[in-house]
Design a protein around this ligand. Sequence first.
Ligand code: C2E
Ligand code: MG
Ligand code: MG
Ligand code: MG
Length: 293
Amino acid sequence: EAKARGKGRYVLFDASMRDRALDRLQLENDLRHAQALGQLRLHYQPIVSLTTGELESVEALIRWEHPKRGLVSPIHFIPITEETGMIVPIGEWVLREACRQLGEWRRELGDRAPRSISVNVARKQLMVPSFPATVRKVLSESGMAPSSLHLEITESEMMADAKAAIEVLRSLKEIGVKIDMDDFGTGYSSLSCLRQFPIDVLKIDRSFVANIDEGRDLAALVHAVTQLARNMGISVVAEGIERADQVVLLQSLECTFGQGYYFAKPMPADKFAEYAGRDRRTSNAEALACLTH
Ligand code: C2E
Ligand code: MG
Ligand code: MG
Ligand code: MG
């Protein structure tokens, strides 16, 4: 009896596994054409100063407009692009499109344009020997100052082979681009490890921000991080801010920048231009002022 039940369970498991494998194969197939068919888009999320409310920077986040599935999240297709190597041409497209877009906003919005733009870079992309040359080429094509480009690499991907990563990061720093450690707190590096990495910005993962009110320990940890970062000349961005009370707490922990739905969700380029064109200086500053008083 137990055997029969076991067998039945196996069949069910097998069917759902097969469905998932087919689904994934279909997605992979569609993805092969997505770039050529112009189905890839970038959405943009503001990064805001928590002290003045000013728009500081912007993160470019990829979306796939699938003809049948609608807008597909990067968490569903970036892993496939990494496994298949498609991340290399797609990542190059992201880099080029982000730089082009910042140039357009600068012409359109003048000093209301974000000062810099952040692009996520997967480890697989970072480790291609020609990656620094690609960055150089894209920058010179767009005429953008290298310091306006931030490359985000997750803590765990930096740590995976720290020595090799540091070497590439150094050659990127030579070009003059900025390096952001993304999703900090989800990897396993100790704070003292940070010194090894030539980074300019530390992005505190949103799981920290989400749980920060649950106990003093987490708040103390975040404060330790902001203090250490300040001593090292590193800026700190808190990710995933969804509520006003999180802003207040992060301000008290001396966290300088923030990003999250509380300020704005990622949005298409035209919506972002509207957002930036509105006087954020007054509106965000007012929002922050009524919070702090
Ligand atoms: P990430 O780089 O850590 O980006 C932040 C993610 O958090 C984004 O998800 C953003 O929409 C989401 N987010 C922002 N504020 C909030 C908030 O207040 N609450 C919540 N719950 N979420 C918030 P998204 O756009 O789905 O991207 C997921 C991840 O996919 C990114 O995480 C990044 O690792 C990766 N990714 C996105 N675009 C690219 C790309 O062009 N290249 C590569 N290699 N990876 C990318
Ligand atoms: Mg990121
Ligand atoms: Mg992140
Ligand atoms: Mg990430």
